[in-house]
Design a protein around this ligand. Structure first.
Ligand code: MG
Length: 167
């Protein structure tokens, strides 16, 4: 059987993962939406853990450098940066490379607040940033069941898998 030639492959998968510490004060921004006041994710940018995982999944699928290489966290211009802007730029790079999104699926691990009341708002926002229909964006929220860093409300984690096709 012939081996699949790289140049003939018309679909690729990318996996993204991120985590950010949770501290008191400020605004918690997740999926491009403010989901809580009085706590925030700690990071150099706005620390949107979900958008960071999505960004890395897309970049990885297209064989591009990861979010830390494109938007270094030691650059002053990236301090407090809007992760939605970074995701939009990453999606543009993916399309320039000749790939487009088939679908993405995400899991967020967060003890509080609950994801369900804001889930559809986050899906709308992510779809708008990417310029794709909402049904292409899957999102699930899980708690840590009170166990570990997530369960104690110290850490938020996001996983994302993205399927890309040749445009
Ligand atoms: Mg991050």
């Amino acid at each position: 059987m012939d081996r699949i030639q790289t140049q003939q492959v018309s679909m690729r998968v990318g996996l993204g993962y991120d985590s950010h510490r949770i501290e008191a004060g400020g605004l918690m921004i997740l999926g491009g939406v403010v989901i809580e006041q009085g706590h925030h994710f700690v990071g150099h940018s706005d620390a949107d853990v979900l958008l960071h995982a999505i960004t890395d999944a897309l970049l990885s699928g297209a064989g591009l450098p990861d979010i830390g290489q494109l938007f270094p966290n030691d650059l002053e211009e990236n301090r407090g940066r809007d992760s939605a802007e970074m995701l939009g730029l990453a999606m543009a790079k993916v399309r320039q490379t000749g790939w487009d999104l088939v679908n993405l699926d995400c899991v967020v691990l967060l003890e509080r607040p609950k994801i369900s009341p804001v889930k559809s708002q986050m899906i709308s926002r992510i779809a708008a940033i990417l310029g794709v229909p909402e049904p292409l964006v899957g999102l699930k929220g899980k708690t840590g069941e009170g166990v570990g860093e997530v369960g104690r409300g110290e850490l938020a984690v996001a996983h994302c898998v993205a399927l890309l096709c040749k445009a």
